[in-house]
Design a protein around this ligand. Structure first.
Ligand code: FES
Length: 146
């Protein structure tokens, strides 16, 4: 059976081949969430991005990242994060052989990407406001208030 070593906790557990990393960790009493995310998370559906871990050894001994997982790790909204190749969502990891895992790894903001996202958001918001103002004038004109 594969052995998962949790570096931060100094513990190793044996898991069945193909076991889900998040479920195995939680079952063994090892927390993969920071702070309030212990309660506020997507329960392993790969949507919230709060169960991040770093596979510091044996990253070839787990399944590969899906585009959806990469997208969630990168940050879905305005703030973008830098994603190391071995950064994973523990709920999406299937363990096939021995690995060493770092729970709650550092997570760096990608400033350039975040600035680009904010610029796009500002332009889209501006156009949406212009559209709404134009629509308001049309409606007011239609009902004869102008
Ligand atoms: S628990 Fe939400 S992404 Fe893993």
């Amino acid at each position: 059976m594969p052995v998962v070593k949790f570096e931060r906790e100094g513990r190793s557990i044996e898991v069945p081949k193909g076991a889900n990393l998040r479920k195995s960790a939680l079952k063994a009493g090892i927390n993969v969430y920071k702070g309030i995310n212990q309660i506020l998370n997507c329960q392993g559906h790969g949507l919230c991005g709060t169960c991040r871990v770093e596979i510091i050894q044996g990253d070839k001994n787990v399944n590969s990242k899906t585009p959806m997982e990469e997208w969630v790790l990168k940050g879905k909204f305005l703030i973008a994060h830098k994603v190391k190749p071995n950064l994973r969502l523990s709920c999406q990891v299937k363990v096939d052989d021995d690995i060493v895992v770092l729970t709650m790894p550092e997570y760096e903001i990608d400033k350039e990407e975040t600035i680009e996202r904010v610029k796009i958001f500002a332009v889209v918001t501006l156009f949406a406001l212009l559209f709404l103002v134009g629509l308001a004038f049309i409606v007011l004109d239609f009902i004869g208030k102008l």
